[in-house]
Ligand binder design. Structure first.
Ligand SMILES: *Cc1c(COP(=O)(O)O)cnc(C)c1O
Length: 395
């Protein structure tokens, strides 16, 4: 047998973390890494956060899982918090981001296939370089060939327009269009915030043609950008939104949020999940919301983001051949490089014990836990500077 017991779909590196402490990961052999990847925008509260651990421990001792056939006081509590703090009136809980996007796609289609709708409207317009997950529907929603290869046929009902180009979206509008599915800030695509005009233009088209505006905030949501959800930066509310990653702070929790109107097709028996919304996941979500869904915390994220950004902007001036510019919002930052970002990300990891994430468009993603403190930001800048000084892009 030559295949590894873990199906070899990830090119796993030699870092093998066994323990986390605040913004650090400790490897099997004791090496300490500064974790400014946060499990890809998941560990908002860092590692080993007392409040989150306490909430999970308490719930695990009380009740871990029951069927969605029963009433859910725990689910109602987290759903109510999300409803109170967002555009949404109702929430479906999932175990991952892709499942949250799946539910969002079904909700958008069901809106039009409702008895008051126009059942010809089955197509969602999605955008170039998007990432929505790895299920069949969510890879079909992305134009990225590398995710399709080997898995044909793709699911019908997706049209790809150019990201951040309103005319390109308009050109695809037809009497089959159900709505738009978009990341307000592309994550995997390279920390690319959509412009205000683009997002506001999509909203206007949705209002004009009775279409669903669906935001995928799996990566940019849950306080990452200094707002609870990134749509708040744009002054535009979606009809449907997928959330996950940070929502459980490290425990798997996803959610599809919708307005009452947008959810009109999602009646009894239309959707489900065995694990979705289990009491343990809900306890984790409530603990995260307790920590982040308040003005003080969000203002701190904004302030930390501004300080980190200005330090990064100053720093890249020293390496004009290596770096192009800094982009992103809050603590969702990207360093656009003039060379491929992956070799630099590997160099930082292996030679400077600094964890970041490579992304599309030659971008290095900087996604610290939102609780990172001054000493950890200083350590980050030191490692990054040392890494840039010792990096040979030709090697
Ligand atoms: C990570 C991600 C997903 C998929 O989430 P999973 O939990 O891996 O299924 C979907 N959309 C965006 C924008 C993401 O960043």
């Amino acid at each position: 047998m030559s295949i590894s017991p873990l199906m070899p779909v990830y090119p796993r590196c030699g870092v093998r973390p066994v323990k986390g402490e605040h913004c650090h990961l400790i490897d099997e052999d004791g090496t300490r890494y500064l974790d400014f990847a946060s499990g890809i925008a998941v560990n908002l509260l860092g590692h080993s956060h007392k409040g989150l651990i306490g909430a999970i421990q308490k719930q695990a001792e009380t009740l871990m899982h029951v069927s969605n056939l029963y009433g859910s006081p725990q689910g109602e509590e987290l759903a109510q918090r999300l409803v109170d703090k967002t555009f949404a009136d109702t929430v479906f809980f999932t175990n991952s981001g892709a499942e949250a996007v799946e539910c969002a796609i079904k909700t958008a289609r069901a809106y039009h296939q409702h008895e008051d709708g126009d059942s010809n409207r089955t197509e969602l317009i999605t955008f170039t370089n998007a990432f929505h997950g790895r299920t069949m529907a969510t890879i079909s929603a992305s134009n990225q060939e590398k995710m399709h290869k080997g898995f044909y046929p793709m699911l019908a009902g997706f049209q790809y327009a150019e990201f951040d180009n309103l005319d390109s979206a308009k050109a695809l509008l037809s009497d089959k269009t159900a709505g738009f599915l978009v990341e307000p800030i592309q994550g995997e695509g390279g920390i690319r915030p959509a412009s205000d005009a683009f997002i506001q233009g999509l909203k206007a088209l949705c209002e004009e043609h009775d279409l669903m505006l669906v935001f995928d905030e799996v990566q940019c949501g849950v306080a990452r950008t200094g707002k609870l959800y990134a749509y708040e930066h744009y002054g535009v509310e979606p009809d449907i939104m997928a959330s996950a990653k940070g929502l459980g702070g490290g425990f798997p929790v996803g959610a599809c949020l919708a307005t009452e109107k947008a959810a009109r097709g999602m009646g009894f028996g239309t959707h489900g999940s065995t694990y979705g919304g289990n009491p343990l996941a809900m306890a984790a979500g409530v603990a995260v919301m307790d920590a982040v869904a308040n003005d003080e915390f969000l203002a701190e994220v904004t302030e930390k983001g501004e300080r980190l950004r200005s330090r990064l902007e100053q720093f890249i001036g020293n390496y004009p051949d290596l770096f192009d510019f800094v982009r992103g919002k809050g603590l969702m930052l990207g360093l656009r490089m003039k060379v491929e970002s992956r070799p630099f990300f590997v160099h930082l990891r292996d030679n400077h014990q600094l964890l970041t994430v490579a992304a599309g468009d030659q971008t290095l993603r900087v996604l610290p836990p939102l609780v990172a403190d001054d000493a950890e930001f200083d350590e980050f800048m030191e490692k990054l500077s040392a890494g840039a000084a010792s990096f040979d892009p030709g090697a």
